[in-house]
Design a protein around this ligand. Structure first.
Ligand code: NDP
Ligand code: 8X3
Length: 259
């Protein structure tokens, strides 16, 4: 908690699921943390800000609407960060999504574009800006949310899985580029977590989303959030470079014990 005291943390995709849980977990761990919570849905971010205020009056929260898939928006975001919030300590690149389960040949251009521009280009653009700040100070932490899907691609996931494989490769390159610095780079690869992820995948079809979690006990956003905050809170010389987190009945992306 002491190590995260007064640190400035930027979380993308904080309006739901893992990102939202991560914001709350930072506050529980370090009540005077300073959070920049971003996503497209500002209402949900304002609700989150209210919840954070109930947990800790000492936490500072800046709500910013940010669509990471829009390079212009990302540029504007960094250019307009208010004085006092620019000296970032930790970037959590969590915003990401999957659309559909279509097989190659039938995938819409729009779905390909939205997954790549959010999960890959968005994450890269955010990281490029943060790394400039971190290099100038020779400290900082980048935590990228990948997925088991990036390690173990499955049918119906060609685009999503390849975006997460890209996150993994990008993260590894970055860590190696920065070995002569005190900047830390981590990849968090969750297995199955029950969030809005499947609702987004099935375009709002709640029955299809629920079927994904039928007969299994998935992880919660908080389970992953605890790992993110643990990684961020290690001693400066400790880099948790890689993680793979499953619920106990998951053996791999497509290996799940169902009751
Ligand atoms: P949710 O759908 O619950 O949350 C996704 C978050 O990403 C939302 O806050 C959403 O906010 C945000 N987001 C989506 N598109 C954009 C965008 N263009 N710009 C900014 N924010 C965006 O899903 P999860 O919490 O599960 O997903 C978080 C991360 O975890 C993703 O990267 C996902 O790939 C990864 N993951 C999830 C797993 C799971 O089983 N759930 C497993 C492994 C990895 P808004 O819509 O308001 O913009
Ligand atoms: C989310 C996990 O296996 O549904 O990244 O793609 S999976």
């Amino acid at each position: 908690a002491q190590r995260l005291s007064r640190k400035t943390v930027l979380i993308t995709g904080a309006s739901s699921g893992i990102g939202r849980a991560t914001a709350l977990e930072f506050v529980r761990t370090a009540p005077d943390v300073r959070l920049i919570v971003t996503a497209r849905r500002v209402d949900a971010l304002e609700t989150l800000k209210g919840e954070i205020a109930e947990i800790s009056g000492a936490a500072e929260v800046l709500v910013v609407r940010l669509d990471v898939s829009d390079a212009g928006d990302v540029k504007r975001f960094w250019g307009e960060l208010p004085e006092g919030w620019r000296d970032l300590d930790i970037l959590v690149n969590n915003a990401g999504l999957v659309k559909g389960v279509d097989h190659v040949g039938d995938i819409s251009e729009e779905d390909i574009h939205v997954m790549y521009s959010t999960n890959v280009t968005g994450l890269i653009n955010m990281t490029q800006a943060a790394v400039k700040i971190f290099k100038a100070r020779n400290s900082g932490t980048v935590i990228n949310v990948g997925s088991v899907a990036g390690r173990e691609p499955y049918p119906g996931g060609s685009i999503y899985c390849s975006t997460k494989a890209a996150v993994r490769a990008f993260t590894d390159s970055l860590r190696k580029e920065l070995v002569n610095t005190r900047i830390r780079v981590a990849c968090i690869d969750p297995g199955q977590v029950e969030t809005e992820f499947s609702i987004v995948r099935f375009r709002g079809d709640k029955d299809k989303a629920d079927a994904v979690y039928a007969g299994v006990e998935p992880l919660t956003g908080r389970d992953i959030a605890e790992v993110v905050v643990f990684v961020a809170g290690r001693r400066e010389n400790v880099v948790v470079a890689d993680t793979l987190i499953f619920p106990s009945h998951q053996g791999g992306a497509t290996s799940m014990y169902r009751k």
